[in-house]
Design a binder for this molecule. Structure first.
Ligand code: NDP
Length: 480
């Protein structure tokens, strides 16, 4: 069976311990490759390689760094089919989503930051008649990038690209559940001629490899995307070491539908925002609030559309929802559906696991599930489920819906559906979330800040925000 390898000091290599983990394909429930069960010794080797590469990489001409990042983007594009198949096979997402979203975005991440690095400017502030202060933005050194399983290469490269663009060297860990596209990325980096040690990818478990990255005294900054509980643990380790931290964590995002929305378009987009990638996107809207006067009409149209969604083999062109990422995650989602019933919810559609057929007979599938009749403060409406499960709740006033929307500990994303311009802006201002989409979902310009508030994280990614995160600002003051 194929063995994936770590990428350390420019080489593909086995874990030093020669221990391996199974890599499952969620659509079939079968192991199809082995990945390194690396530990702190591999992280140490990767960190030393990154330290050794730093002086040369951080002083490389900007054009050289830019051309290398562009070559990596081209390398992914050239091997598009392989990346698409691997992203779908590891994660369970449909091939068509991997092709439309994940892989193009990984390419864009490298191209975006290849271009950004040429235009990233330091500020200068004149004190009239007295002197000038200017800010040097210098790379930090060796930084750690840790990413989750839901958008594997998309989120992995969203961290790695700005870290490299700003002249840092990286020790990175993908989720052990979805390692294959980052393995392909290491091959692309070798093909592109990325100098050895600049990027190191260490595969393995969060508690071993992830923790070793966070604890390593020579890794000066951590950019992490994942669950809130893991983020808390990382902060507890990294904060006393005074590491720079960017934490992109969980969400429980509200979707707010007013009676004056464009009805057909709203229903279509809200279905999409609820069930894309089996609901396993941190930005999916899982609590849907509908103005009372529209509630019954919306519910009927929404449930009808959800019933028409096809669950099954991610390779089939007509599949809408592929497999849930792992058996453990499938069980977690099903336990929340059970909880919703215990809390008094009514299942309008879905609620069950789906038995796959053919090669997918042992895969992990769940019906898209819509629930109504739950209090907004119950656990189903407060805790992150991260699967194809949404609740519908009516509201009467703006004030009421804002209270319900803001009642959770999270604050990642939200969407508002209305044709009333003033209301859209008023509500956007009051929602406690890092992102508010008005009459759209998942649309964004990569130059804008990205991230959550409250328990959804600290720090911002995207555009200059990521370039600033991955650099230290030094103020130089000159007196006339
Ligand atoms: P986890 O927090 O379980 O894992 C994220 C990454 O951290 C994985 O690579 C994991 O490794 C690693 N890890 C686990 N424990 C540690 C540790 N002690 N130290 C360092 N690293 C560790 O999240 P999931 O992979 O389950 O992803 C789902 C979560 O991610 C959801 O809560 C979702 O909302 C959130 N998310 C947030 C986004 C945002 O932008 N805010 C975007 C996408 C997802 P391993 O896989 O081996 O456990």
């Amino acid at each position: 069976m194929e063995q994936l390898l770590n990428y350390i000091d420019g080489r593909l290599q086995k874990p030093l311990s020669d221990q391996w983990l199974d890599n499952y394909e969620p659509a079939t429930g079968k192991v199809y490759s082995h990945i390194p069960d690396s530990d702190s010794a591999d992280v140490e080797q990767a960190t030393q390689a990154a330290q050794a590469a730093f002086a040369s990489w951080s002083n490389a001409p900007l054009e050289e760094r830019m051309l290398l990042l562009l070559k990596i983007a081209d390398g992914i594009e050239t091997r598009m089919d392989e990346f698409v198949a691997a992203e779908s096979r590891d994660n369970g997402k449909t091939l068509k989503l991997a092709r439309a979203m994940d892989i193009p975005r990984a390419i864009s991440n490298f191209r975006f930051y290849a271009s950004a690095l040429q235009h990233f400017a330091s500020e200068s502030h004149q004190m009239p008649g007295v002197g000038i202060n200017y800010t040097l933005r210098q790379p930090i050194g060796v930084v750690g990038c840790i990413s989750p399983w839901n958008l594997p290469i998309y989120l992995f490269t969203w961290k790695i690209a700005p870290a490299l663009a700003t002249g840092n060297c990286v020790v990175a860990k993908p989720s052990e559940i979805t390692p294959y596209t980052s393995y392909l990325l290491s091959q692309v980096c070798i093909e592109a001629g990325l100098p050895k040690g600049v990027l190191n990818i260490v595969h393995g478990l969060g508690g071993k490899v992830g923790q070793a990255i966070v604890e390593h005294p020579e890794i000066k900054a951590i950019s992490f995307t994942g669950g809130t509980e893991t983020g808390k643990r990382i902060a507890a380790t990294a904060a006393p070491m005074f590491k720079k931290l960017s934490l992109e964590l969980g969400g429980k995002n509200p979707t707010i539908v007013f009676a004056d929305c464009d009805f057909e378009e709203t229903v279509k987009q809200v279905v999409n925002s609820a069930f894309s990638n089996q609901g396993e996107i941190c930005l999916c809207g899982s609590r849907i609030f509908i103005e009372s006067s529209l509630y019954e009409k919306f519910k009927k149209a929404f449930v009808e559309k959800v019933k028409a969604l096809k669950v099954g083999d991610p390779n089939n062109a007509d599949t809408n929802l592929g497999a849930i990422v792992s058996l453990a995650h499938k069980q977690k989602i099903l336990s929340y559906i059970k909880l919703a019933k215990e809390e008094g919810g009514t299942i309008l559609t879905g609620g069950n696991e789906v038995k796959g057929s053919g090669r997918c007979a042992d895969g992990y599938f769940i019906e898209p599930t819509v629930i109504e009749g739950l209090d907004y403060l119950c656990r189903t409406n407060q805790e992150e489920i991260f699967g194809p499960v949404v609740t519908l709740t009516p509201f009467d006033t703006e004030e009421e819906v804002l209270t319900m929307a803001n009642s959770v500990k999270y604050g990642l994303a939200s969407s508002v559906w209305t044709n009333d311009l003033k209301r859209a802006h008023r509500v956007a201002e009051k929602i406690e979330a890092g992102i508010v989409w008005i009459n759209c979902w998942l649309l964004r310009d990569l130059r804008t800040p990205f991230g959550g508030v409250k328990a959804s994280g600290v720090g911002r990614e995207g555009g200059w925000e990521a370039m600033r995160f991955f650099t230290e600002a030094k103020n130089v003051c000159i007196k006339y």
